[in-house]
Design a protein around this ligand. Sequence first.
Ligand SMILES: NC(=O)c1ccc[n+]([C@@H]2O[C@H](COP(=O)([O-])OP(=O)(O)OC[C@H]3O[C@@H](n4cnc5c(N)ncnc54)[C@H](OP(=O)(O)O)[C@@H]3O)[C@@H](O)[C@H]2O)c1
Length: 266
Amino acid sequence: MKIAFIGGGNMGRAMLSAILNEGLATPQDIAVSDKNKGCLKQLKQGFDVYITEVNLEAASRGDIVVLAVKPQNLDEVMTEIGGQLNPRQLVLSIIAGKSVATLKQGLKHKAIVRAMPNTPAQIGMGMTVWTATEGVSEEQRASVGSILKAMGKELYVTDEQYIDMATAISGSGPAYVFLFMESLINTAVDMGLPPDEARELVLQTVAGSVEYAAKSDKGLAQLREMVTSPGGTTAEALKVFENGKFPELMKQAVAAAYKRAKQLRG
Ligand SMILES: NC(=O)c1ccc[n+]([C@@H]2O[C@H](COP(=O)([O-])OP(=O)(O)OC[C@H]3O[C@@H](n4cnc5c(N)ncnc54)[C@H](OP(=O)(O)O)[C@@H]3O)[C@@H](O)[C@H]2O)c1
């Protein structure tokens, strides 16, 4: 399959690298356009793909045209390539907050996929939620599924509002987890542990807990209770989380992200 990338920054590069690693395309099948010459040079050196500064030129080389620029740069891209795509081409946008309606209108194109990946996609551990317009064929859906799987897990949804919900959960989620980890590391250091050891303890605790939960047939509440002996240390800490209204705080934080996702979509 021939794939064009408009934007070869962090996410574009992550997708490109995943596609090549999985053998879904060869470097000859891939074209990338970007305004950043340094970025293009790195892509040429790293992957030997076709590079150009002209978006329309890259776009014309793809069965799938991936839009991977920042949201604030979408309008200029749509001005350049809008109305010039072949109806058989598929547009796959990973641009946060830009709706299918905006893309359809700006590109004057019917076959659109909107996807929301997250940063762990950069190491093949991402979670991507995506939706497609009616103009996207079964074959194109299968190709999109295989591209997104190359970056981790993928989940297809029929209703675009689930993309906004996913933005608040899995899209922003890595930042919530990093905040939790940062706080735990800082607390460990304040308590007297050396910083490197504190970091190792926390990273392995989070990684181990995730793997354990994924492999266990028990629910998360049950796993939590198994760590919590009555009158023990964990129970004391959990009491503090409850008193500080941690679950309520989580609800408020996610609600704020969801509200913002809907505002950005317009
Ligand atoms: N990073 C993530 O984990 C993540 C997760 C979900 C969704 N996304 C979405 O993915 C998109 C890309 O994010 P990113 O982190 O990869 O951004 P990025 O690293 O800034 O990459 C975007 C690239 O596009 C270039 N560019 C700017 N204007 C352009 C134009 N008119 N035509 C062609 N190229 C242009 C930029 O060049 P300059 O550097 O010169 O501006 C940059 O090299 C964003 O819309 C974001 O919402 C990212």
